[in-house]
Design a protein around this ligand. Structure first.
Ligand code: SF4
Ligand code: SF4
Length: 119
């Protein structure tokens, strides 16, 4: 979730399989609508999202912004349904696609679901 200083570079992960992130920032725009995230009153996005769509606190961003960590916090399940790390990442990438669509961003930001099967 969010961007580091490099575009189109996946963030580091604790597991052997990495969550693939294009760095589009759509989730950071969307996160501003969550009650537990601080909102930039001017943009409506997370207050930590910079004008060039990067995370200003990337190294210390909260767990909810770390898909790898969220898999571990949820003990590998969503709503009681157990799933592999790969399945969890694929579901999250599908959510990325929806947010990219909602924000009207270019299709090029969408990670291909099939890329997880190349690992
Ligand atoms: S919406 Fe997905 S691809 Fe885009 S920055 Fe967030 S986690 Fe990365
Ligand atoms: S803290 Fe950073 S990664 Fe998390 S939503 Fe805000 S800008 Fe995005």
């Amino acid at each position: 979730m969010g961007r580091s200083t490099e575009v189109l570079t996946p963030p580091p992960s604790e597991g052997t399989l990495e969550f693939l992130c294009s760095g589009c920032g759509a989730c950071c725009v969307w996160a501003g609508r969550l009650k537990d995230m601080p909102q930039n009153p001017q943009t409506g996005a997370c207050i930590h999202l910079t004008s060039d769509m990067k995370c200003s606190i990337y190294d210390t961003r909260p767990d909810i912004c770390r898909i790898d960590k969220m898999y571990e916090i949820n003990s590998g399940s969503i709503d009681g349904i157990e799933m592999s790390r790969k399945e969890f990442y694929k579901l999250n990438t599908m959510a990325c696609h929806r947010m990219i669509d909602e924000e009207g961003m270019d299709e090029r930001w969408k990670i291909k679901i099939g890329d997880y099967d190349k690992e």
